[in-house]
Write a protein that binds this ligand. Structure first.
Ligand code: ATP
Ligand code: MG
Length: 255
């Protein structure tokens, strides 16, 4: 059976896409079969693996225009495929709102692929709208990347976890929280340390939800996407790569 993991946080630019592509790449490098699903109309996950302006994508699967297998594209990383996002996905936000069973579209669309991969990783847009809800319904676990430079995150986290709880009690009782990843950590700033402290206090009843590996701010991680490569291919020795390698081991034990 596949483990389906959704990367979500309604705040933009916190490291959802960077975490999805690099964790996926290290899973694949460890011999797991990985499918990335770009569920963000921005298409950043697709461009992170060198795919631009895709004609066929996740939207075509959602509306039943193409079979899921026909939208799968290989990535430069062996054992890792992707279903790219496409320009039409933003339209889905509007169209799905009135559709019957609107929250289960992605789950139904991915159903034929379950069992074909060890891990299916879904990258969501920065909102708690219909696309992210579809991600929550399709997944067994949710991973929340959290930027260590973000102040006043408590309100955000509350809103996110309330949404997850609502999904757990209605649409998807088997959804569990895989964990929170601290990203873009900068040891020179006090803010980074404060953010981690604040979250540790907020989660003191569930310390297991915080991944131990912290991802530092590392320029190589931000360069890799424009070369269409995950970090293990772009610069395997850099500190960002080593951190994502260690984090992936933790993730694979957890989900
Ligand atoms: N650890 C890091 N060090 C340096 N730069 C990073 C790191 N993680 C991510 N970035 C860069 O920060 C930006 C935002 O990261 P990313 O796209 O992964 O966030 P996101 O949460 O997916 O954003 P969005 O909400 O827009 O989808 C990108 O330019 C990315 O390359
Ligand atoms: Mg993103």
């Amino acid at each position: 059976m596949s483990q389906t993991v959704v990367f979500a946080n309604q705040k933009g630019g916190v490291g959802k896409t960077t975490s999805a592509v690099n964790i996926g790449a290290y899973m694949a490098a460890a011999g797991r079969r990985v499918l990335l699903v770009d569920f963000d109309p921005q298409g950043n996950l697709s461009s992170s693996v060198g795919i631009r302006k895709q004609e066929i994508g996740i939207y075509d699967i959602l509306i039943g225009k193409v079979a899921p297998f026909d939208a799968i594209v290989p990535t430069p990383q062996e054992n890792m495929d992707i279903i790219p996002s496409d320009l039409h996905l933003s339209g889905a936000t509007v169209e799905l709102v009135d559709a019957e069973g609107r929250d289960g579209y992605l789950k139904r669309a991915l159903k034929p692929l379950v069992g074909q991969y060890d891990y299916i990783l879904i990258d969501c847009p920065p909102s708690l709208g219909i696309l992210t809800i579809n991600g929550f319904v399709a997944a067994e676990s949710v991973i929340v990347p959290l930027q260590c430079e973000f102040f006043a995150l408590e309100g955000f986290l509350n809103m996110l976890f309330q949404t997850i709880k609502r999904i757990q009690s209605s649409l998807n009782p088997s959804l569990s929280v895989g964990g929170i990843i601290f990203t873009m950590y900068d040891s020179r700033t006090r803010l980074s340390q404060e953010v981690i402290q604040q979250v540790k206090i907020a989660f003191k009843a569930h310390p297991e939800l915080l991944f131990k590996t912290v991802i530092p701010r590392n320029v190589r991680l931000s360069e890799a996407p424009s070369h269409g490569m995950p970090i293990n291919m772009y610069d395997p020795g850099c500190v960002g790569a080593r951190s994502y390698a260690a984090l992936t081991e933790e993730v694979m034990k957890r989900v």
